[in-house]
Ligand binder design. Sequence first.
Ligand code: DQA
Length: 147
Amino acid sequence: PSILVINGPNLNLLGSREPAVYGTATLDDVVRLASDTARERGCTTTAMQSNHEGEIIDAIHAARSTSDGIVINAGAFTHTSIAIRDALAGVELPVVEVHISNVHRREEFRHHSFLSAVADAVIVGAGIDGYRLAVDHLAARLTAGGA
Ligand code: DQA
């Protein structure tokens, strides 16, 4: 099974962006963590990052023919994008939503996610370990005998 890992706007700056909130690991570290975790479960990953809503939607659509599940940290689009939600709902793949920070402990405008209602699981506040948890969970679901 193959898992698409999507990172949205500003996550290319991981490592230097607000390290007190997001830590010092880079996007490369995240991508490596996801792929190592998938491999342990006999899965593969493809990773994409984009600062553009439409590119994320295109990647979700393309996943219909290339991937078996999606891990997504849509960054601030989480709180604004009905279009990304509709794309996730439309492709009918299992989805795990990840946020590095605990969005519920932050500003009010981060408390609502348009994506959570179409996600199978949501992991917030675990730092970049959230990607490991998300991939591990999804991979377990996608492989025989998985959760
Ligand atoms: C984030 C939380 C969002 O509110 C924020 O806009 C981000 C990152 C997180 O991973 O904690 O860009 O998705």
